[in-house]
Design a protein around this ligand. Structure first.
Ligand SMILES: *Cc1c(COP(=O)(O)O)cnc(C)c1O
Length: 362
């Protein structure tokens, strides 16, 4: 028998969440963001359920090739644009739209030999201070691009720093509107948090939802995935492979960090940080056993975690353990709750799913 851990990807949830993004975005067209191998879900697995999107956005050229290899003829956007001049050849060959965020990328374009002009998304740094032209150099960049024979259409984009937080998008929206005033071109600003919290003001022509498509709330814990009516697209599950009876004073696992205060039955589940479960998850992190909520105890090791079976007298070797996602009997454990306990975000847990975990479409 193989080790019992597996990840399930739920096509129905992906399609549902994408439809939620579309509804929240009003009339805007929707990029399904599938960078980082579709946030760990696998581009090939999410492709069918996300085909209702208007385009796929990602940043790795190899991933763009995979989307084209699946037969997608619609728009594909490189969110960070080209990394070196020869990337433009792939853009021409595969008809990729690409982001332009600095002068060098314009220089490369001006020297690129092509018969078919390309569509580019000119990126404004409206306050995130990662990529993009400063407002004072934005119009010059726009004019340079628009004058190039290699360029077909210039669109305008920016990215929000705090669409999920208290400061919101108003300041960046104002910077964007001022920088773009009077410029022709479609506009794209909104990530998941902006789609859910700041549409229609921030929706513009194209929205770029990522995390919400995978069923995680961008603004957890202020709002849960259930609040936004999102469904988990990934389940990580395994089984108990051992049971221990602890006496008061007994400890569990490395470092003896958990000490039993009374007699306690614990289960040993076949999942650890080698599978992508967060090593920093502390005692108390929620977990489902046979669909019943309980807690992790002790340290996460590479291949195992230990869970409290106090409320589960019938659980034993072979019992199903849900680390996140859908459990038996219609139970659900949100990935955001596990992430919060481990002081991280759902994004990181999804992306960290280890290659050794067998994954299949549910
Ligand atoms: C990743 C990314 C997104 C999607 O962000 P989510 O928070 O996952 O919705 C949108 N735009 C850009 C430029 C990105 O890099």
């Amino acid at each position: 028998m193989p080790r019992p851990i597996e990840a399930l990807i739920h096509p129905d949830a992906l399609a549902h969440n994408l439809a939620r993004a579309r509804a929240a975005a009003g009339g805007a067209r929707v990029w399904a963001v599938v960078k980082a191998n579709a946030y760990g879900h696998g581009i090939e697995r999410v492709y069918e359920p996300l085909r209702q999107a208007d385009g796929f956005a990602l940043l790795d050229l190899a991933e763009a090739e995979r989307v084209r290899a699946l037969g997608w003829r619609g728009p594909v956007l490189l969110l960070e644009g080209c990394f070196e001049p020869r990337d433009l050849e792939l853009c021409s060959r595969l008809n990729l739209w690409h982001t332009v965020h600095d002068e060098a990328q314009i220089d490369w374009l001006s020297r690129h030999k092509t018969d078919t002009p390309q569509r580019v998304f000119l990126k404004l740094n409206s306050g995130m201070n990662r990529l993009g032209f400063a407002p004072q150099s934005f119009r010059t960049a726009y004019a340079r691009l628009a004058a190039l024979p290699q360029v077909d259409e210039v669109s305008l984009m920016t990215h929000f720093a705090d669409a999920d937080g208290a400061s919101g998008v108003a300041a960046q929206l104002a910077v964007f509107e001022q920088a773009c005033a009077g410029l022709a071109g479609e506009r794209s600003l909104a990530n998941s948090a902006a789609v859910l919290r700041h549409a229609p003001a921030a929706a513009a022509d194209w929205v770029r939802p990522g995390i919400m498509v995978y069923g995680s709330a961008p603004d957890h814990p202020q709002h849960t995935a259930a609040h936004w009516r999102l469904q988990p697209a990934m389940t990580l599950r395994t089984r108990l492979i051992g049971v221990q009876q602890l006496e008061p004073g007994d400890t569990v696992g490395y470092g003896r960090t958990f000490v039993a205060q009374q007699r306690l039955r614990i289960g040993v589940a076949a999942c650890g940080y080698g599978d992508g479960y967060p090593r920093h998850a502390p005692s108390g992190t929620p977990v489902l056993v046979d669909g019943v909520r309980t807690r992790m105890v002790g340290r996460v090791s590479m291949d195992m975690i230990t869970v409290d079976l106090d409320a589960l007298p019938h659980a034993g070797v072979g019992s199903e353990v849900t680390l996140w996602g859908r459990g038996p009997h219609a139970s659900v454990l949100g990935i955001d709750e596990v992430a919060q306990a481990a002081q991280t975000v759902g994004y990181e847990l999804m992306c960290a799913l280890a290659p050794r975990v067998p994954t299949r479409t549910a």
